[in-house]
Design a protein around this ligand. Structure first.
Ligand SMILES: Nc1ncnc2c1ncn2[C@@H]1O[C@H](COP(=O)(O)OP(=O)(O)O)[C@@H](O)[C@H]1O
Ligand SMILES: [Mg+2]
Length: 316
């Protein structure tokens, strides 16, 4: 791994909250986002958990040139009633305990961006109210008979396929079509192994700074292992794995969970089987002397034993 840091990498280290990557899928995504960020259309971000949807929402706001704030709410964490009062506010005396009128997040995000995370969890009964906001650009606080004009950009994210929820009757089709005028997908980490090295160095730098640790050398063996793993928790899992390894001083290629063969990708299959083939060849060439084989492979004897044991277990 190179110690020279590209300027993009240095920028990413400075800016802890930037979504970055050089994989063609990511470059295209960022290009498309650039194109629509300043427009007022809603944006729907989908992608598995941990792929960076929240970061992307923030990025869209930063690029939007909107003067108001970025306000975010997770639709999964509120009951229907609470969610509606959070979003639209309420009038004085709207319900027991509503001593004063309170403005909601849509009003707080005025001239800015409202990020609706886990939009798939939006209760069915609340969905017409969001559709009304998107179409009429007005809101009516809970318990009020007045409508207020709004100017807010909606960015929504989901890790469920909204289309499937529509089919199951859990998500209104009209709202789905209104939200998905401009849909983007954050690619899973296993589809962008070429970004693993840069993401890893960024996280290692950030986390070493945060925990006041000296940055360790990251071996090619570690990068290869990180690229071969399929990361069901995506970038969040990668970051957490790096944090744990740094805190416990364990090389990055160790303690990776055993790959889940059911969700194996072609890419992982190739790298894994190439690795196995390569290692078995080295053992063969050293006439079964494992220490010598490990040496020729540039890995420790312990690592070699661990890999052989893992394959044995799988074969069993
Ligand atoms: N492209 C990226 N570049 C740098 N860090 C990223 C990127 N994508 C995600 N992360 C990091 O991964 C973690 C999960 O990102 P998040 O936006 O919360 O994912 P999601 O909302 O899709 O579950 C966060 O710690 C975030 O900082
Ligand atoms: Mg998120």
């Amino acid at each position: 791994m190179t110690t020279h840091k590209s300027s993009a990498l240095r920028k990413a280290i400075r800016d802890r909250h930037s979504f970055f990557g050089n994989n063609p899928l990511v470059v295209k995504l960022l290009d498309d986002i650039d194109r629509v960020a300043t427009k007022n259309t809603p944006i729907l971000l989908d992608g598995e958990t941990g792929t960076g949807k929240s970061l992307l929402a923030r990025k869209i706001h930063d690029l939007s040139q909107r003067k108001g704030p970025f306000v975010s709410i997770n639709c999964a964490t509120f009951s229907q009633h609470l969610l509606e009062t959070e979003l639209f506010g309420h009038a004085k005396g709207a319900f027991t305990g509503a001593k004063d009128a309170r403005k909601g997040l849509v009003a707080t995000a005025q001239n800015g961006t409202l990020f609706l995370d886990e939009i798939g969890e939006l209760p069915l009964d609340s969905q017409p109210k969001l559709l009304h906001l998107l179409e009429e650009k007005t809101i009516r606080p809970v318990g009020s008979d007045k409508e207020y004009d709004t100017s807010v950009r909606i960015v929504a994210a989901t890790n469920k396929r909204l289309k499937d929820l529509v089919k199951q009757g859990l998500f209104r089709a009209d709202l789905y079509y209104r939200l998905s005028v401009v849909p983007f997908t954050a690619p899973p980490l296993r589809d962008r192994p070429d970004d693993i090295e840069a993401l890893t160095s960024t996280f290692v730098c950030q986390l070493c700074e945060e925990h006041e640790l000296t940055s360790p050398h990251i071996s090619t063996e570690s990068i290869n292992a990180l690229q071969a793993y399929d990361w069901p928790g995506n970038i969040r899992e990668l970051r957490n794995h790096i944090e744990r390894s740094l805190l416990l001083s364990i090389p990055l290629h160790e303690t990776l969970p055993a790959a889940d063969t059911n969700s194996a990708t072609t890419n992982k299959h190739c790298l894994k089987s190439l690795e196995k083939e390569h290692i078995l060849k080295a053992i063969n060439e050293s006439k079964g002397n494992k220490s010598q084989a490990a040496k020729s492979l540039g890995i420790s004897r312990r690592t070699l034993d661990r890999k052989l044991k893992r394959w044995d277990q799988k074969a069993a």
